[in-house]
Design a protein around this ligand. Structure first.
Ligand code: HEM
Ligand SMILES: [Ca+2]
Ligand SMILES: [Ca+2]
Length: 296
């Protein structure tokens, strides 16, 4: 099992080193916090939290970076390299896995943008392979998903409806490209008309596919509950975001989190730990990579 003190003896400075690299990266560019948080999510949902998303393509293996949910979208790989470099220097040898780096960087990103902290469980080892096919086959939920599809997708990972609503709160930071919310702003009816109109300037019916809009139009660089307030105003950016309000239980949670930052923070932290526990490689499984981009 994963433990919070895994590197206490082999690398006592691992956590502080990672925190300072993440903090500097988020100070350079706020969005990097969002991007690093998302990397951990997209890693864990494809064959578990094993660093698979970080591997580059080889002649015999196509990278998960090329899968639809990631291509021209997943970012932060240079910062992960920077962290790996710094932490290996701090430890004197490569003992911290890339999968653990993603879990720690996700937490530190949330903290850097004013969100909750938690003790990250550690001891994940890195995969030797990646699977673009597995990253492309619906393991990662899509923005057009209905509530029932979202619930089923999370259930496949051992995550429940509360995890779904709490973890979707990650959309309180970061951005989405236009073509992923175009249908929502031109076709959905459970959207605030003025909000839709504004977004249509950023995201025309034709062209501008990669133009960006904030997932939380109020505070896209602050880890707060504004995302949930926006859902109540029918101002969710993604169709999938707005779906959360439809369910009895999920809708009640949205309304609760909007009013109760402490409970959102507590539940988010708990669900992040749960997500970080998806099928980790432990013991002698996998390896600790020397370079997060390739197997040893
Ligand atoms: C519930 C199902 C989810 C769906 C359908 C979904 C979908 C998306 C989409 C479509 C984008 C924009 C991607 C792009 O523009 O290329 C996005 C961005 C993002 N997602 Fe999610 N997501 C979900 C859950 C999560 C979870 C669980 C997390 C983390 C715990 C997360 C964190 C983020 C972050 C932080 C961004 C912004 C990234 C950036 O600005 O670089 N998402 N998501
Ligand atoms: Ca993975
Ligand atoms: Ca926010």
């Amino acid at each position: 099992a994963l433990t919070t003190n895994y590197y206490d003896y082999t690398c006592p400075n691992a956590l502080s080193t990672i925190k300072s690299v993440v903090k500097a990266a988020v100070q350079r560019e706020n969005r990097m916090g969002a991007s690093l948080l998302r990397l951990h999510f997209h890693d864990c949902f494809v064959n578990g939290c094993d660093g698979s998303i970080l591997l580059d393509s080889t002649p015999s293996m196509d990278s998960e970076k090329n899968a639809n949910p990631n291509i021209n979208s997943a970012r932060g790989f240079e910062v992960v390299d920077e962290i790996k470099d710094a932490v290996d220097k701090a430890c004197g040898k490569p003992v911290v896995s890339c999968a653990d780096i993603l879990a720690i960087a996700a937490r530190d990103s949330v903290v850097a943008l004013g969100g909750p902290s938690w003790k990250v469980k550690l001891g994940r080892r890195d995969s030797k392979t990646a699977s673009r096919a597995d990253a492309d086959s619906g393991n990662i939920p899509g923005p057009a998903f209905s509530l029932s599809q979202l619930i089923k997708n999370f259930d496949n990972q051992g995550l429940n409806e509360k995890d779904l609503v709490a973890l979707s709160g990650a959309h309180t930071i970061g951005f989405s490209r236009c073509f992923l919310f175009r249908d929502r702003i031109y076709k959905d009816n459970n959207i605030n008309a003025y909000f839709a109109k504004q977004l249509q300037n950023v995201c025309p019916r034709e062209g501008g596919d990669s133009n960006l809009a904030p997932l939380d139009s109020v505070t896209s660089a602050k880890f707060d509950v504004a995302y949930y307030s926006q859902l109540i105003k029918k101002k969710g950016l993604l169709h999938s975001d707005q779906e959360l309000l439809k369910g009895g239980y999920t809708g009640a949670l949205v309304r609760k989190y909007r009013r109760d930052t402490r409970t959102f923070y507590k539940d988010f932290a708990k669900s992040m730990i749960k997500m970080g526990n998806i099928k980790p490689l432990t013991g002698k499984q996998g390896e600790v990579r020397y370079n997060c981009r390739r197997a040893n």
